[in-house]
Design a protein around this ligand. Structure first.
Ligand code: UD1
Ligand code: CA
Length: 466
């Protein structure tokens, strides 16, 4: 039963996508942090769809990815086997459609936007319009279905490239972008009447245009040329990715973020106004950047959360970690998962952290490894300090009290606790806890042998003469 109101969407994603030459189904290839198929599905929901029906060739990976992302409630997966054309795919999809209006999208056109879809749906509000199609006018229309019109300008048909009959038709620049909105019952009728009467022997969805144009007006809603970009092979994927990154940069610039050069910002990344993102930076996953924070050239951030006024110097790598306000990192710092760098802390060059909290105002400025550690407020970790958290069997914790000073090139062998304001002498190997305010020195005493270097040199010179 079809409800008298509401909106369903059918997203076509059947077929093997063999031109990708991949083990992974085409529509699951990632683009700017999301699977290709997520773009049309999310756009359909954003445009107000109450239900999305995805037509696949039955690949379980696609069903799993969709239910993980959207839940089972709002997504229905139906199987078209074998794929006999876009018209046949819509016929299969309509079997699950519940609402009075239906949006049709292709699973391989990630650059479409929800706002284009709103125009398509709104066109159905005009009395006598039962189908609307999104169109574009690319420089090179070749390969796309062309929109044919009658002398009064009414849309009569969409004709596929292969079936065009004259150079005049081939010169038409207005093309079918592959997104439609229709009255569900009219669509059912038109799809039931499709025949595979074309050069491919397929059921073309585009033939519903001619069918419905006989009894009503078909609205052609112009969209942006980008919406057309379909992904059939890896070259298309590369092109779509460039366009998507360029679009995302522009969106952030409009929102008050300075973005240099070719920074690559995935969909879903949040950046506050007055942040600055350097050239070559990659921001991925659920990364969030606070106001006035600068992420300099070449840094790669995955699921990172940065506070306000923080400086990430060039070439840092930050994975699943948090950094507070007014902190400084890098150049060349590496935060591995579950690191927390609090406000005003400094992490310098060639410092690696993992599952470590560096509390407010603490500093590790050069060449350190801090794993499974808690570094107290204002503590100072000298150059070359290593936390030995792993003995080959288990990982253990190191705690460094507030205000403690760890001399350069020390090793702290976990589990170990360095008390508040304690002082560890340079070059120490610390295996026992150090009490508050104590000085710990854990290294061999120095021995000087007077004149010994000179004697050695003379001995060697004599041996050489012989
Ligand atoms: C289609 C349109 C063309 C339009 C172009 C825009 C038709 C007949 N032609 O051509 O007018 O200009 O898109 O990109 O619709 N699919 C199925 N089952 C099938 C066949 C296809 O689910 O049996 C799905 C595919 O996974 C794909 C989408 O439908 O996501 C489009 O199919 P494709 O063969 O790529 O159509 P085009 O030749 O690009
Ligand atoms: Ca296509």
């Amino acid at each position: 039963m079809t409800s008298s109101t509401g909106l369903s969407a059918i997203v076509l994603a059947a077929g093997k996508g063999t031109r990708m030459k991949s083990q992974l189904p085409k529509v699951l290839h990632p683009l700017c942090g999301r699977a290709l198929l997520e773009y049309p599905v999310t756009a359909a929901f954003e445009a107000g769809a109450d239900q999305v029906v995805v037509v696949t060739s039955g690949q379980p990976e696609i069903t799993r990815a969709l239910t993980e992302r959207y839940g089972e409630e709002r997504i229905t997966v139906v199987v078209q086997e074998p794929p006999r054309g876009t018209g046949d795919a819509v016929r299969v999809g309509l079997g699950a459609v519940k609402y009075a209006r239906t949006l049709i999208l292709y699973g391989d056109t990630p650059l479409l936007r929800a706002q284009d879809l709103s125009g398509l749906i709104a066109a159905l509000d005009v009395p006598g319009q039962e189908l609307s199609i999104l169109t574009a006018a690319p420089e090179l229309p070749f390969g796309y279905g062309r929109v044919l019109r009658d002398p009064s300008g009414g849309v009569t048909e969409v004709r596929e490239e292969r079936d065009l009959r004259s150079d005049q038709e081939r010169a038409i620049r207005e093309v079918n972008a592959g997104m439609y909105a229709a009255d569900t019952e009219k669509l059912r009728g038109a799809v039931a009447g499709l025949t595979p009467n074309n050069s491919q022997g397929e059921y073309y969805l585009t033939d519903v245009v001619a069918a419905l144009a006989k009894s009503s007006r078909v609205a052609a809603v112009p969209g942006e040329a980008d919406a057309l970009v379909g992904v059939n092979d890896r070259a298309d994927l590369g092109r779509a990715e460039e366009l998507m990154y360029a679009r995302t940069r522009e969106q952030h610039r409009k929102a008050g973020v300075t973005i240099h050069g070719d920074a690559r910002i995935d969909c879903g990344v949040e950046i506050a106004a007055d942040a600055e993102i350097g050239a070559g930076v990659c921001l991925r996953g659920r990364t969030k950047i606070g106001a006035g924070t600068r992420v300099d050239t070449g840094s790669v951030l995955v699921d990172a959360e940065l506070g306000e006024g923080t400086k990430i110097k060039p070439y840092c790598v930050i994975m699943q970690s948090r950094v507070g306000d007014r902190a400084e990192l890098g150049p060349f710092a590496h935060l591995r998962p579950e690191s927390v760098i609090e406000d005003e802390a400094h992490i310098g060059n060639f410092v690696e952290t993992k599952k470590t909290r560096v509390r407010r105002g603490a500093k590790a400025s050069h060449l350190s490894y801090l794993g499974d550690a808690d570094v107290g407020e204002r503590a100072n970790i000298g150059a070359g300090t290593i936390v030995c958290n792993y003995d080959g069997f288990v990982k253990r914790l190191t705690t460094i009290g507030e205000g403690a000073f760890i001399g350069s090139d020390s090793q702290l062998v976990a589990p170990v606790t360095i008390g508040k304001n304690a002082y560890v002498g340079t070059g120490s190997t610390i295996t026992e806890d150090v009490p508050e305010d104590a000085l710990a020195i854990g290294r061999a005493r120095q021995v000087n042998k007077p004149e010994y270097a000179k004697k050695l040199r003379e001995k060697l010179a004599a041996a050489k003469k012989k």
